[in-house]
Write a protein that binds this ligand. Structure first.
Ligand SMILES: [Zn+2]
Length: 204
């Protein structure tokens, strides 16, 4: 029995200590396994690491917008929110060469269930995307990340959206086993644009 899984990675400046090279390692693992994923890219991260950022569309992955400053969306004025989202969008278009619309993920998830924030993002051309499985990879060791992803996806069934980050060392370490175990269980890895239902998304 096969089922679909959408792995999503927020690519951003780390907010905790980590090791260098994790994003590159994640891209290597996905390439080696022939897996397509989705990346929500912070504008300032793409400016700082343009070569790594360009590997995301180069690998065939879906590209979304994860804001420019990675601030909490509800703290912005309406004009400030629009400026931050458009700044990230311009960088992503310039550096990665792709338009991230309509894919957006709120930093920290803050505001992603707030109709005012979701509406403001919709006015800018974005669908707000959440997650179904959250292994807390920012603080869990690799073994726990692996177990939480595999167990969470298996429990959810077809179409699970998994929240991961492109910087925790545990994520880079756990990814090969996650890919192998899920593939062995019948998973087909897809981008967000291959799913009909998306968590927190409001149909347009
Ligand atoms: Zn983030």
């Amino acid at each position: 029995m096969t089922f679909r899984v959408a792995l999503t990675f927020d690519a951003e400046h780390p907010d905790r200590p980590t090791e260098p090279g994790v994003a590159e390692s994640i891209l290597d693992h996905l390439r080696d396994a022939g897996v397509r994923a989705s990346f929500f890219v912070q504008g300032r991260w793409a400016l700082a690491y343009p070569g790594t950022a360009r590997r995301i569309p180069g690998g065939g992955h879906l590209v979304g917008n994860h804001s420019h400053y990675h601030a909490q969306m509800p703290l912005f004025s309406p004009a400030g929110l629009a400026t931050d989202v458009r700044d990230a969008e311009a960088v992503i278009c310039d550096v990665l060469g792709v338009d991230p619309r309509p894919w957006f993920r709120c930093p920290f998830g803050h505001g992603h269930d707030d109709p005012a924030i979701v509406g403001a993002l919709a006015g800018l051309g974005y669908r707000t995307i959440g997650w179904d499985v959250v292994p807390e990879d920012w603080e869990q060791p690799a073994a726990a990340v692996e177990a939480r992803v595999v167990d969470g996806v298996t429990a959810f069934g077809d179409g699970a959206v998994v929240l991961l980050h492109a910087w925790p060392a545990s994520t880079g370490t756990a990814l090969p086993a996650i890919l192998a175990r899920l593939a062995g269980a019948g998973a087909r890895f897809v981008g967000l644009d291959e799913l009909e239902r998306l968590p927190l998304d409001t149909p347009s």
